[in-house]
Design a protein around this ligand. Structure first.
Ligand code: AMP
Length: 284
């Protein structure tokens, strides 16, 4: 595996590969890699000739400095995992390399209402920061395929919007959520949980599953959301930011399901100071 820290070196390598007619897949990450990330790498290897993984803890998408400071960094382990799993290139830039003119937004992304819903309402400016870093990475790598996880469902929808807004020539591929055997969605932030908290955190996937079992046309969505919130608090979470049953494309909240609309259920909740998110697609 090649490891590049400088944009110019990466660009040269990628353009030499493209000249040979090879296609490129990009998997952006913030490191502390787990099986969820590795599934994205494997999907990229399936879909493209060359797989580039980036590891960059992007300061501009954190609205909470504590979360940024506590973000786990395990680069040596990450390199081994990527090598073992056939990744071709690791891009490991510094903040200075990514943002030579400073971290202020160079442009505002007009994302519409989706920017301020759910994650957006709890993490102001988060999606502007996400667009800023993904746009920059797309510009540097010029991939044919961008692979992202359903785990961050709203992020995928926001990036889809950015791609169409800027007419970028890249195909966005969503990869399903990878879970531990007991159902807990894998996340780099799980490393901050004790075994007891990990056990309690199972309630997130269980509560989503219960919504999936119970949702029917004309059933009150509010009651399903409320039941889910109560079960999460009973399991030991200190706070639920949201349980939302929403339109699968716009993430607009739904009151009553017409039985036709594509729906997704999403949750964000806090356990011992760690914020976890999960979601499930309710209907295709
Ligand atoms: P992160 O390093 O948390 O920014 O995640 C990098 C990419 O991996 C994002 O596209 C995430 O959606 C994806 N990802 C994170 N956790 C999982 C998971 N459990 N299953 C699938 N994809 C994931």
């Amino acid at each position: 595996m090649y490891l590049f820290k400088k944009i110019e070196d990466l660009r040269q390598y990628v353009s030499s590969q493209k000249q040979e007619g090879k296609t490129v897949g990009l998997v952006p990450t913030m490191g502390a890699l787990h099986d969820g990330h590795i599934t994205l790498i494997k999907a990229s290897i399936q879909s493209a000739d060359i797989t580039v993984c980036s590891i960059f803890v992007n300061p501009t998408q954190f609205n909470d400095i504590n979360d940024f400071n506590k973000y786990p960094i395990t680069v040596d382990k990450d390199v081994v995992l990527l090598e073992e799993n056939g990744c071709d290139v690791l891009f490991l830039p510094s903040v200075q390399e990514m943002y030579p003119h400073g971290t202020a937004l160079q442009q505002k992304y007009e994302l519409g209402p989706i920017e301020h819903r759910l994650e957006g309402s709890y993490r102001p400016r988060h999606f502007q920061g996400v667009c800023q870093v993904v746009h920059r990475l797309l510009d540097i790598v010029q991939p044919d395929i961008l692979l992202m996880g359903q785990k961050d469902y709203q992020q995928i929808k926001v990036i889809q919007k950015m791609i169409s807004l800027l007419h970028l020539h890249v195909r966005l591929q969503m990869v399903g959520i990878v879970r531990a055997a007991n159902g807990l969605a894998l996340s780099s932030r799980n490393a901050r949980l004790s075994d007891r908290e990990k056990e309690a955190a199972l309630i997130l996937s269980r509560a989503l599953q219960k919504i999936k079992e119970k949702i029917r046309p004309n059933v009150s969505v509010a009651i399903l959301q409320e039941e889910a919130e109560k079960s999460i608090i009973r399991a030991g979470f200190e706070k639920v930011d949201y349980v939302s049953i929403a339109d699968g494309d716009t993430l607009e909240p739904v009151d009553i399901w017409d039985g036709k609309k594509r729906l997704v259920a999403l949750v964000a909740a806090w356990i011992d100071g760690v914020r976890l998110i999960d979601n499930t697609i309710l209907s295709e």
